[in-house]
Design a protein. Structure first.
Length: 830
């Protein structure tokens, strides 16, 4: 209770000093007319320069500050890349609202450190109903890290040690880059993973919990949009950074932009070479045999290994300003990833509480992935018709992956260990994603809302192979002989044409509404060809048409928009299974477990409902949401004992289990979220969020109905110790969550980071320690009538990072900003 009271005290203070005045305006760059986003606008009392409030410009350069006492003010723009701008204005009873015109900023040629006054900071998290915008440049918790590290500090989002992102209890999340599909996978489902995208490349992250019909219907949990950095200032600008971490970890990046006339060129490179250690163990108990001759089999598995991740990525792009308010941009980004993973294992098995049989095993992976992203966009606006806009986007992703998986096992025979034939799975994949989209926005008459419509076509195609082989002899363990009876090839293609229309209109002085409808036609085809040992071969063909309505109603209670508002929203969403979830291909994670796709798997559908409230009190923002998500035909991962494989493998192999995917029934998540963003002092800003929801899984095939209460807590403290020194202390905690057969146990971590700006903000030195208390781990339980298990996995997560960043041209370190040092473990196959 005292903690809650202390948290709300500053809110009460902010409410007491609020007044009826407001000021708004728009910042533009002198000469170019480009908007100046995310700049601090300080409001001072003119009589004595006492600090009153701070506002921040949005991505269009606009700002607004409300609840101001009446009086004479001095406005000061705080942006180190521009010369100072000051403007006086007065708020009176007759004119309590001021609209400032002609605010233009001139690029700075030099800035002395003594001239910098840090009285306001760019917010790390900008709260909106149904959407959160996270400014990565302000997030010290992503210092030198990846997109997965960035999302660990995002409200409503959870990231486990495997890099799998979930929102409000589901990992069915759509991940976009600059609003476009980019082949980004969630966890280890194939494609470009989040831990391959450097945080230094990301400017902002948008998290949309209940998207409208304008967005793809896939992603029942919501949409995460990674917005990359783009140069807009004249001349040559950019950053160069190098990070070094404990335990052989290195990363570096170079980002440059040059604006010449109507063209803005950009280029960048990101590289990473990191080594992580890992260990873990698992325990399983299974009931086998028959009713008359039952068997109780217990197994344990203890393993330790290392992972080496090497990533290289290059980006080149250009944006052209064309006549008649038109822009055209083109981008290309090739990359390569190499992951080397090896793990040694100690295995035991005990049947009916008899003698314990022991064995050793080892698994090695050599992951080679090449990725090419390319995209283009066109935008047209009409100066004489404000709000009218036409955009077109196209692009694609090419993924070429080769993954040899080698497994060996040694069984004990007395005191000597007899080698068993090693196996190799040579996995290969060539994937292509192409998309094209056209959107049009038309304002309705007299400014009474707007009409949006668009069409999109997306195609995903892939072909792959699994060449299975055995070691030819014990004396030649690396000479593998192909086994055509267990090898296969496959192809798949998914084409989704889509169209949408949305209408937004005011319903009165304080009411507004938006309604939309999206249609998507899914055409899926695939073939599997293999030898006599492949259990399921043939073709897969599905096509279905679905409609996805969405609706939003807003009610404003304050004098100004966004001060105090309530919003209700509804959307129907779906989750299509990817082809790897449907492919009947056994991919071994270790000698005792494998994953197998299910060709009978079908799409799941969800109904998402939100009721949100947002209250702005000066510099504090409180956002609360009540939500419900009901999913039918729910896709869940299930584990079972492969009794045939267990008998055929013999005692040395132990208990063999398989994971597959099934449409198990219905899942229901009902809960609430609360997020508070406020300054506790001029040098201390706190962002905290918490959620509590009830998760329920009704499993038809198993005939169970299970439920649990799940909670999350996230705290981020940003401190300005002195004008050039910033500190961030953050932590997150998630309670145990529900799975189809058990639960994933609680996890949490704490990070700390410091950044010292140097040489009049031309450089910055960063120090960061991830997982300070070394608590990040993965633990899961399964409890069924036939199988119970416990799994523990611990990657090297407590890592110290030292980084140095140099700013080129007009780019400079901003107060509170800390560039991203790598962290976290993860790896192929989880």
């Amino acid at each position: 209770m005292w903690a809650v009271a202390s948290l709300l005290l500053p809110l009460g203070a902010a409410a007491q000093t609020a007044g009826p005045g407001s000021v708004s305006g728009s910042l533009k760059e002198d000469g170019t007319g480009n908007p100046v986003p995310f700049s601090d606008v300080l409001l001072l009392r003119a009589a004595d320069s006492t600090f009153v409030a701070v506002a921040q410009t949005n991505d269009q350069g606009a700002f607004k500050a409300a609840y101001l006492p009446l009086g004479i003010y001095l406005m000061r723009v705080q942006d180190l890349n521009y010369k100072p701008l000051r403007r006086r204005f007065t708020l009176t009873e007759a004119a309590p609202a001021a609209q400032l015109q002609g605010l233009k900023l001139t690029a700075a040629t030099a800035t002395k450190l003594s001239e910098v006054v840090v009285t306001g900071q760019k917010a790390t998290v900008v709260e909106e109903l149904g959407k959160r915008v996270i400014n990565v440049e302000k997030d010290l918790g992503s210092v030198g890290g990846t997109a997965a590290n960035v999302l660990q500090n995002v409200p409503s989002v959870s990231v486990d040690v495997n890099g799998t992102v979930s929102m409000r209890g589901t990992s069915n999340v759509t991940i976009l880059i600059d609003g476009k599909p980019a082949g980004v996978s969630n966890g280890n489902s194939g494609g470009q993973r989040l831990d391959q995208i450097p945080a230094s490349r990301i400017a902002q992250v948008e998290v949309i919990t209940n998207p409208s019909a304008k967005y793809d219907a896939s992603g029942g949990g919501g949409v995460i949009n990674l917005i990359t950095k783009k140069g807009t200032k004249a001349g040559t600008n950019g950053t160069a950074a190098l990070n070094v971490g404990t335990g052989d970890k290195y990363s570096g990046n170079l980002n440059l932009s040059r604006k010449v006339g109507k063209a803005t060129w950009s280029a960048g490179y990101n590289g990473r070479d990191v080594t992580y250690q890992s260990h873990g163990h698992s325990e399983q108990t299974a009931l086998l045999g028959t009713d008359t001759a039952p068997q109780t089999v217990r197994t344990t598995q203890v393993g330790a290994g290392s992972e080496v991740h090497r990533n290289h990525n290059v980006r080149v792009g250009v944006e052209l300003e064309l006549p008649k308010s038109q822009t055209l941009s083109l981008n290309v980004s090739p990359g390569k990833e190499v992951n080397l993973e090896g793990e040694g294992q100690e295995l035991t098995q005990q049947t009916n509480y008899g003698a314990v049989q022991r064995a050793r095993g080892r698994q090695d992976l050599d992951v080679q992935v090449k990725i090419l992203n390319y995209d283009g966009s066109y935008r047209r606006t009409w100066a004489e018709h404000k709000g009218r806009e036409l955009t077109a986007n196209f692009g694609g992703v090419v993924i070429d992956a080769n993954v040899p998986v080698v497994q060996r096992q040694f069984a004990e025979a007395g005191s000597a260990q007899v080698a068993q034939p090693g196996t190799r799975q040579q996995l290969s994949l060539l994937g292509n994603i192409q998309f094209g989209q056209v959107d049009y926005t038309h304002p309705l008459a007299a400014g009474k809302g707007r009409l949006e419509m668009g069409v999109k076509l997306e195609r995903q195609a892939q072909k792959g192979a699994n060449e299975f082989g055995y070691a030819s002899s014990e004396s030649r363990p690396n000479d593998f002989q192909d086994d055509p009876t267990r090898s296969l090839t496959y192809t798949s293609e998914q084409v989704v044409p889509a169209a949408y229309v949305t209408v937004q209109r005011p319903l009165g002085p304080k009411w507004s509404a938006q309604a939309g409808l999206r249609s998507e036609y899914t055409i899926l085809s695939g073939t599997v060809q293999g030898g006599a040992g492949i259990a399921q071969r043939g073709s897969l063909n599905q096509d279905y048409l679905n409609f996805f309505p969405s609706a939003t109603i807003n009610r404003e209670f304050g004098k100004d928009p966004g001060q105090n508002r309530l919003q209700f929203s509804y959307a129907r969403r779906l989750n299509r299974p990817n082809f790897m979830q449907q492919l009947p291909l056994a991919i071994y994670q270790d000698p005792r477990s494998y994953r197998l796709g299910n060709p009978r798997l079908r799409a799941e559908f969800s109904h998402n409902i939100e009721l949100g409230h947002q209250l702005n009190l000066g510099q504090a923002t409180i956002t609360s949401t009540v939500f419900a998500r009901i999913t039918t035909n729910s896709i869940q991962r299930l584990r079972f004992v492969d009794t045939l494989a267990t008998r055929l493998a013999g005692p040395s192999a132990g208990l063999v289990t398989a994971e597959t995917f099934l449409n198990v029934g219905r899942t229901t998540n009902l809960g609430a979220e609360l997020s508070v963003n406020q300054p506790l002092a001029k040098w201390w800003r706190l962002n905290t969020s918490t959620s509590l929801y009830r998760a329920q899984i009704a499993t038809n095939g198993i005939g169970t109905n299970r439920q649990a209460l799940v909670g999350t807590l996230r705290l981020t403290n940003n401190f300005t110790i002195r004008p050039t020194l910033d500190v961030q202390l953050s932590g997150n905690l998630r309670s145990a969550s529900l799975t189809a057969q058990g639960r994933q146990l609680a996890q949490g971590q704490m990070d700390i980071a410091l950044r010292q700006r140097l040489f009049s903000d031309r450089a910055a030195l960063t120090l960061r320690v991830s997982d300070l208390l070394n608590t990040q781990q993965y633990r899961s339980e399964i409890a069924t009538d036939a199988l119970s298990s416990y799994r523990y996995a611990k990657d090297e997560s407590r890592v110290g990072w030292l980084g140095f960043t140099w700013y080129i041209g007009a780019s400079k370190a901003k107060p509170g900003r800390i560039e991203a040092a790598p962290q976290g473990g993860g790896g192929f196959g989880g």
